[in-house]
Each structure stands twice: as structure tokens, then as C-alpha cells.
Design a protein around this ligand. Structure first.
Ligand SMILES: CC(C)(COP(=O)(O)OP(=O)(O)OC[C@H]1O[C@@H](n2cnc3c(N)ncnc32)[C@H](O)[C@@H]1OP(=O)(O)O)[C@@H](O)C(=O)NCCC(=O)NCCS
Length: 218
């Protein structure tokens, strides 16, 4: 399967699928960077955008171990890498914005928002993101650490991976970083530019580096 040209008007689609005319490339960019708009498109535009997404998602699921359930939006400007054994699952109502880089294993629930420029690497153990989580732009979730004994170069020592788990209805503010082994409980909020090094309990608002509880969600 040939990689679709998503940057500009796609000549492989029939003319009727281009109601946007000269606005099409710009409309794609709006959706790439503000993917939540996909669910509020007017029917005529939605048909066009669905055809665009169907073509891209068919390519992606053919090339990588990506499993899609229901209707999702995946920016063609995001990078998804999922070798066999490192699958990425994406469920109904979820979106992935432009320049996000995802490497499985990653399990994404329903109605999850992963915004532009996020970096999510499942390491060996994997990352689980529960339903209705909102992950703001530029967040990093990295589910592995290099081993770093003095005996040999770090590059030769391999990695440790415990995995990262996010419960449901969690909001990570922009530029939040989450280290390997962390579990964040349901309905937690994490302030912008926080570094999460320890578990965060459910319903807690946490912030800072290292992230600490600042209040409870009302
Ligand atoms: C975490 C957040 C939601 C809290 O907002 P809030 O409920 O209005 O809380 P407050 O502003 O009253 O802050 C409470 C305390 O936490 C501190 N705090 C808030 N956000 C912080 C942050 N990101 N890092 C460090 N400390 C923070 C405040 O300084 C304040 O401290 P104080 O009690 O000593 O004065 C907000 O500060 C934040 O970081 N929002 C993320 C915005 C974002 O990334 N948006 C992307 C759109 S998806």
C-alpha cells in the first residue's frame, strides 16, 4: 500500500470528496493540530474528513500493529510505530494530534485526547491510558529507563520497564512528564510542566517537579 499524500489535496480521492476546494489543506492542518474539532464538523465536511481518515487509517493498520475500534482521528502528521508484540490499541472517540510520536505497547481507551507533540513510549511493559483522559500538548510518558551501572556504557546495558498506568478521566497539563513505573489514579489532574515520579492518588490535583498534591478535585 502506498503512503497517502496527506499534506495537500489528495488526487486519489474523487472530485466530489473535495468540497473544501482551496481550503482543504488548511482544514487538514486545523484538524491535525485541533483534532477535537473532528467530532463537531458539519455533515458535508465530516464526509470529506472521514474519507481522508479512512484512507490514512487503512494505510496505518496495514503497515503497523495498530488496532482501531470505532471512530477515531489520527493525524497523518503523528508518528505511530507498533512492531508485532508492541501493539497500539485505539478505541472509539479518541484522537492523536500532529507530531505526536507513539511507540507501542500502548493501550488507549475511549474518548482519549492525545494532543500535538506528545511523546509516548511503552518500553517493554507498556502504557495504559484509561477512558476520557486528556493529555495536553508536549507531554512525555516514557515507560522505560536505561540501566546505568558504571561497568559498561549505558548503550550496552539494555533497559528496565515497569509500565505506566493512567486511570480514567485524568487531565495532564501541557509539558507534563511521567516516568516509568507510575500509576495515576482516576480523575487526577496534573499541572503544566510537572514531572510525575511517584503515584498520584485518584481525585488529586498534583503539580511541580517532583509533582506533589496541591488539592483535591472538588
Ligand atoms: C494545575 C492547575 C489546573 C491548577 O489550577 P487551579 O485549580 O486554578 O489552582 P491554583 O492556580 O489555585 O493553584 C494552587 C496552587 O498550586 C500551584 N500551582 C498551580 N499550577 C502549578 C504548576 N503547574 N506547577 C507548580 N505549581 C502549580 C499554585 O502556585 C498554587 O500554589 P499556592 O497555593 O502556594 O499559591 C493549573 O495551574 C494548570 O497547571 N493547568 C494546566 C493548563 C494546561 O496545561 N492547559 C492545556 C490545555 S489541555
Amino acid at each position: 500500500m502506498t503512503r497517502p499524500d496527506n499534506a495537500s489535496q489528495n488526487p486519489e480521492l474523487p472530485a466530489a470528496a473535495h468540497p473544501q476546494g482551496k481550503y482543504e489543506a488548511q482544514q487538514k492542518q486545523r484538524l491535525n493540530y485541533m483534532p477535537w474539532l473532528y467530532w463537531s464538523l458539519k455533515p458535508k465536511l465530516k464526509a470529506w474528513a472521514q474519507a481522508w481518515q479512512a484512507q490514512w487509517q487503512a494505510y496505518l493498520t496495514d503497515m503497523e500493529t495498530v488496532h482501531i475500534e470505532g471512530e477515531v482521528f489520527i493525524s497523518p502528521e503523528a508518528q505511530l510505530f507498533a512492531e508485532p508484540g508492541r501493539a497500539i490499541h485505539i478505541r472509539d472517540g479518541s484522537f492523536i494530534g500532529a507530531n505526536a510520536v507513539l511507540h507501542g505497547p500502548i493501550d488507549i481507551g475511549r474518548k482519549v485526547g492525545i494532543n500535538h507533540h506528545c511523546q509516548i513510549d511503552g518500553g517493554k511493559k507498556g502504557i495504559v491510558i484509561g477512558d476520557e483522559c486528556r493529555i495536553a500538548a508536549y507531554c512525555s510518558l516514557i515507560a522505560f529507563n536505561h540501566r546505568y551501572d558504571m561497568a559498561m556504557p549505558i548503550s550496552e546495558q539494555g533497559i528496565n520497564s515497569k509500565g505506566i498506568t493512567l486511570g480514567k478521566d485524568i487531565w495532564l497539563g501541557t509539558h507534563t512528564a511521567v516516568v516509568d513505573g507510575v500509576t495515576i489514579g482516576d480523575k487526577a489532574v496534573v499541572g503544566m510542566r510537572s514531572v510525575v515520579t511517584k503515584d498520584i492518588a485518584a481525585n488529586t490535583v498534583a503539580a511541580g517537579n517532583p509533582a506533589k498534591s496541591i488539592k483535591q478535585r472538588p
